[in-house]
Unconditional design. Sequence first.
Length: 322
Amino acid sequence: MASKKKHGLGNETAVGVQTPEEARAAAPAEGQGPDGAAPVRTLWGDAWKRLKRNRLAIIAVVWIAFIVLLAVTADLWVPQTFGGPNDQLYDVRMPMSAQHPFGTDQVGRDVFARVIYGARISLAVGLLATAISTVIGLVMGALAAYYGGIWDTIIMRLADIFLAFPYTLFVIVMLAVLGGGIQNVFIAIGVLGWPSIARVFRSAILSVKSNDYVDAARAMGASDFRIITRHIFPNSVASIVVYATMNIGGAILTEAALSFLGMGVTPPNPSWGILIQDGQKFLATQPWLMIMPGLAILSTVLAFTLLGDGLRDALDVKMKDA
């Protein structure tokens, strides 16, 4: 028989069959693998867990998502409710009201609608300019750090030349050559913003380049491209993610300053810098014309800064879970 009687008990238990209590005791703990080993942890998984505990960073993410949603969906509801950003609704300025939450400007255009549409331009310039400067900075920093020698000298001295000029003044000079317009704005901001990213990425690569796994990959005959893309870049990109996030806020501020000076977006296209320029003349009588776009710039740039600060703490491998 495949069963035996227990001493002192009247029931029989099949040989080799676990009871429910024994099965629960043998099962791996929650979050462990089938063999009872600890679950695999990744840098980005741990970073997300730490980021979720940072309340300021989460608030920043929510606010950025809210601004992006307003800007993307503006065509669906802004013109029908508040009028288009360039529609002249009145012949005079109107104060803030339920119909016009931010009032109207000197030619009767709804300021709320212009702030919402201005978010499109500011976010587009911030994202595209940062993307351009990040790509250029990654390539130049990788070449300088990985190959060293004459490449490092040429690229770093070129970065020093770019950094020797005041950034905003350098952008204005480049726009004077290229001309105005939103395309030239994000090209100028992006092309002139690479040196700082290249320096940060170069420092990160130099700290990773000396690790044993890089030497092992080179000894196994891996190409330079594979070593950079598969071993060095993934372990160096964390600092660039943080720096690029904060740079988006800086690009938004630069675009607003250029538009305020008349070197950026051309009227009547709405831009937060142009709205501040138009509203400064009426600061004593209608302060909302300048305050509302100013608050939009302040809150958005602060959100990107807080998010970058939260990412810096979350991506720090030295941080330990509480």
